[in-house]
Design a protein around this ligand. Structure first.
Ligand code: 173
Length: 317
């Protein structure tokens, strides 16, 4: 009898050991050639090297594995435990997802002033998600064009959008066409769009510079890309595993200093690639920038009267 128990325990030991090591599948809502994936891969390597016996991340790929706008639902339902995603891609789960572009303080400051905890409360309750780490910060979005404009008027222009830019570009009279990042090149190539919204960095990764003639300055908002996690998977972790994930989340956020450097480099590189900057006079530029925020907060408040005003307070300088 004793022998049998010993044998059973011995046979179970590997299973028990692997049950202690959490295996977390991660999908990227951005194409695998995107800057964000390049930024994340070394982090995953370090995560796995230090996480032996605790937790491992299994990167399963980009939008070919799960389409961009379905990644949020896949994390919510636990099809994958983790995703690198941006709120604009999962507004189908909750309108608040897209409000993260409106943060005017860094994620480190958000952790201090309670914004990060507030985001998590909403993400837990409304979408079964944990907001684990913000890995893009301090990065404005811009409008890129294939045709010149003299003033902030997009009438007659077809512009590729995501929810990030929808209300702002619509207010300038654009015809809106929503696509995931993976479809922008073809849309430009075929003349389906005359421009697109995108952060200051990253247009070279998907070869959009080949089709881009102008960038409109100033930029607006603050590009957000984050690691989100299925809440049930989070609850299943041991305190040690959660502690490890939290430590690695901070390590990823500490890499955000890279963006300021890349943003400066890519601004130069765009000029070298022949992309001209469209600049408005200073009053028009200020009105353009202010309008971006006014419109976004008005839309946010309409969509989420409960959370938008609180988030506005916590996200502002
Ligand atoms: O696809 C997009 O233009 C978009 O919404 C986005 C959001 C964050 C970072 C990069 C792009």
């Amino acid at each position: 009898m004793k022998k049998t128990v010993c044998f059973l325990l011995a046979a179970l030991a590997p299973a028990l050991a692997s049950a202690q090591e959490a295996n977390l599948k991660l999908v990227s809502a951005f194409p695998e050639t995107a800057t964000y994936v390049k930024h994340m891969m070394p982090w995953i390597e370090k995560f796995n090297a230090g996480g032996k016996g605790i937790a491992q991340i299994n990167f399963i790929g980009g939008p070919k594995a799960i389409p961009t706008f379905e990644v949020g639902t896949s994390v919510k339902n636990g099809v994958v435990e983790l995703a690198m995603n941006t709120g604009a891609f999962y507004t189908n789960l909750m309108p608040e997802a897209d409000f993260l572009k409106l943060t005017q303080i860094t994620v480190a400051q958000q952790r201090k002033n309670g914004a990060f905890a507030y985001i998590n409360k909403v993400w837990n309750q409304k979408a079964n998600l944990v907001y684990l780490a913000r890995m893009v910060d301090e990065t404005p979005f811009h409008l890129y064009l294939t045709k010149k404009i003299e003033k902030p008027d997009l009438a007659g222009l077809k512009i590729r959008i995501t929810p990030v830019y929808r209300d702002f570009f619509q207010s300038m009279g654009a015809t809106l066409i929503q696509t995931p990042p993976g479809e922008v090149y073809t849309a430009l190539e075929r003349g389906v769009v005359d421009g697109y919204g995108w952060p200051i960095h990253g247009i070279f990764d998907l070869n959009w510079h080949e089709k881009t003639k102008f960038r409109v300055d100033p930029g607006f908002y603050n590009a957000e890309v984050s690691i989100i996690m299925n809440l049930d998977a989070w609850k299943k972790l041991s305190p040690k595993q959660r502690g490890y994930l939290e430590k690695q989340a901070l390590a990823l956020e500490s890499m955000n200093t890279a963006w300021r450097k890349l943003n400066a480099e890519d601004t130069k590189r765009q000029a070298q690639a022949g992309i001209q900057t469209i600049k408005f006079d200073s009053a028009t530029a200020k009105a353009y920038h202010d309008k971006a925020y006014d419109i976004a907060w008005a839309s946010a408040t309409k969509q989420s009267p409960e959370h938008a005003p609180q988030m506005r307070k916590l996200f502002s300088k």
